[in-house]
Design a binder for this molecule. Structure first.
Ligand code: PLP
Length: 636
């Protein structure tokens, strides 16, 4: 059977769900190569990821590589503003929309620079949650019409930096996260004679559900409860500074899968907003925080990896809810701010790596025949193997598991030999493999048998580290789309899980996106002699980079950013070499130079004990010093 003839690119698009999670940014060429589109939609230019990889190879950049597509940032920002502006017009909303990008979601300079440059036309601003992020924001934001939202706990230095930014003309707004910040802000403002703009972060009863439910809601550690809000107003009024208060902020969590929760949050916040305005605060901004979700599994449901709404529904619901909740008041429609991080940067990055090797699950063959003098337990197991069929496989599975336990017991009691135990295990695994084949044709699979495909699957060893590049897979069981980026015109004949090159059993990807369920194995192609096999983990632009760590001392990967050009091709606009071995060693307090000196001493001792010659010493030392300069990943 020729795997190309029985397969089509169309089938790969379906199998891996590309059209569902890809948001229009990805396609597959007729020759089975995954392509990137310059924007979301069918008209965009396309380039093959494999072609990009070969270009990088020629430039001497090794796998793994984090590939960033600058055009996707532009596209996300444009879509967000277009959608809000569309409904502002359609619903006759009297206020404006201002987006801000929360720096913590991907702090890389390139990202912030790109967003502030491209975002200028929309007055897209930044959100900072620490002094370092505030400095980033002040140095990259130049647009006085964009918002600079200061969340996070603020000390005097933070406040001073923000006040000076305000004095220089930036629209810097301090969001009070804990009540005691107010006093410090008022005191510094008075000392420096700069009028601050103040917002207040509130705890809503509504929670965002999903993975991050605890970051919003009553029990959230951030924000003020209603008693504290009232106290804040009283303090401001007593000091005659109520006009400083202009913004209401909340954040009910990231990746909110259900539109109902989003609506409930806006609704509750609108009531508080009215309350503040009624108290006499000069309210003009309603900041809804983040939460706009990404459909990682493409299911369009309220599962934690998805969302049951589109961007348009998100924007329409927000505008509509604000209008309704302010309808019977004279208060002007506020400027609506959202702090969408994930939805802005998730698509931007793809982790690409090569497969180093595979390990197949293949027990010794068993033909059903046993010598007549075999142990009773082996005969029983052989009997199960020989009677197994499509109708009784569930029963046979239970029997096989029962006998396997008995086999181990007998071995422990010294009643069967090591060889007999090995023979029994071979029969057991042959039964499981047969059952695995039969299960594929069966409609109903009992839950205790659902692990069988995963047990029988191949292991593909990928040249990357889960902990460094996709830490959320390990930390919170996050799902990202994973798939081969070429050979997609061939039927994938294997089922596998992916192991990274850390020596940690948690360094695996063994949950994959699927429309209905979570898949436990991924359809993959057989490796070919002398040819690389490349996989991509998609939608990894949000939160992964700086959360990643140096487990097993695997460092930052190489990073390459491309932008589409006028000619329909692409330009590499930025290239960052990943960490060298010496780099990662110095992060954990080693001094590579001193280490090399120690090795030199060992080599010298070996020379004086005549274990190596002086010439050999030189070769050995060259190899070690190259080792320090090398990439931390597997190099071919
Ligand atoms: C993390 C965070 C965001 C970003 O949330 P996303 O769901 O990634 O859009 C926005 N605002 C605040 C206050 C945050 O802490």
């Amino acid at each position: 059977m020729n795997p190309i003839e029985t397969w089509s690119v169309e089938k790969s698009l379906d199998l891996y769900g590309v059209r569902l999670w890809g948001a229009g940014y990805f396609d597959i060429s007729k020759t089975g190569e995954m392509q990137i589109r310059s924007g979301s939609g069918i008209s965009g230019k396309k380039v093959s990821i494999l072609e990009i990889i070969s270009g990088l190879k020629e430039r001497g950049l090794e796998m793994p590589v984090l590939l960033r597509i600058g055009d996707f940032l532009n596209s996300r920002i444009k879509l967000l503003h277009d959608s809000f502006n569309k409904f502002i017009k359609e619903y006759n909303y009297k206020g404006k929309y201002r987006g801000v990008y929360p720096i913590k979601v991907n702090q890389q300079q390139q990202v912030v620079e790109h967003i502030t440059d491209f975002g200028k036309q929309y007055h897209h601003g930044l959100e900072a949650g620490s002094k370092a992020e505030l400095l980033v924001a002040i140095s990259f934001l130049t647009d006085p019409d964009a918002c600079l939202i200061c969340n996070g706990y603020k000390d005097q230095e933070f406040i001073d930096l923000g006040l000076f930014a305000r004095k220089m003309g930036l629209n810097c707004i301090f969001v009070i996260e804990i009540p005691s910040e107010l006093e410090l802000i008022l005191e510094r403002a008075e000392t420096l004679k700069i009028e601050p703009r103040i917002g207040v972060r509130i705890k809503l009863t509504s929670s965002g559900g999903g993975q991050w439910a605890a970051s919003g809601g009553d029990r959230s550690v951030f924000g003020l409860n209603m008693t504290q809000v009232v106290e804040l107003i009283d303090v401001l009024r007593a000091k005659g500074k109520l006009e400083y208060l202009c913004l209401l902020h909340y954040h009910i969590g990231s990746q909110i899968p259900n539109i109902r929760d989003i609506r409930a949050g806006v609704q509750e916040a609108c009531r508080v907003y009215r309350g503040l305005a009624e108290e006499g605060a000069h309210m003009s901004y309603l900041d809804l925080g983040g939460g706009l979700a990404v459909d990682y599994d493409g299911s369009s449901t309220n599962s934690p990896s998805s969302r049951n709404y589109t961007l348009d529904e998100y924007c329409a619901d927000i505008i509509d809810t604000v209008i309704q909740n302010l309808a019977d008041t004279d208060f002007a429609h506020p400027t609506i701010i959202t702090e969408s991080g994930r939805a802005t940067v998730a698509y931007y990055s793809i982790l690409l790596f090569n497969i180093l090797d595979t390990c197949k699950f293949e027990p010794q063959p068993f033909n059903g025949k046993l010598p007549v003098d075999s142990a009773e337990i082996l005969k029983n197991m052989g009997e199960v193997f020989n009677t197994l069929n499509q109708k009784n496989f569930q029963e046979c599975f239970n029997d096989a598991v029962f006998y396997k336990d008995q086999l181990v017991q007998l071995f422990k009691q010294g009643q069967i030999s090591l060889r007999e135990r090995a023979q029994g295990e071979t029969i057991f695994w042959n039964i499981v493999v047969e059952i695995g084949r039969m299960m594929v044709k069966s409609k109903f699979i009992p839950s205790e048998m659902k692990i069988i495909p995963a047990i029988l699957s191949d292991i593909y060893y990928g040249n990357f580290s889960v902990f460094q590049s996709v830490p959320d897979i390990w930390a919170i069981n996050h799902l990202f789309p994973v798939m081969p980026i070429h050979r997609l015109n061939e039927k994938p004949l294997r089922e596998g899980i992916i192991s990274d090159i850390t020596c940690d059993c948690d360094g695996v990807i063994d949950r994959f996106v699927d429309l209905r369920n979570i898949r436990e194995t991924l359809p993959l192609h057989e490796l070919r002699e002398g040819e690389e096999y490349y996989l991509g983990v998609f939608l990894v632009g949000a939160y992964q980079e700086t959360l990643g760590d140096l487990h097993n001392l695997l460092g930052d990967t190489n990073v390459v950013t491309i932008m589409f050009n006028e000619e329909g091709g692409y330009d590499i606009v930025r290239e960052l070499e990943g960490d060298s071995v010496a780099d990662v060693l110095s992060y954990v307090e080693y001094d590579p130079k001193a280490m090399l000196n120690r090795i030199r001493k060992t080599a010298e001792r070996a020379v004086s004990h005549k274990k190596i010659t002086a010439q050999e010493r030189r070769e050995i030392m060259d190899a070690y010093s190259d080792g320090f300069r090398g990439y931390t990943y597997f190099e071919r």
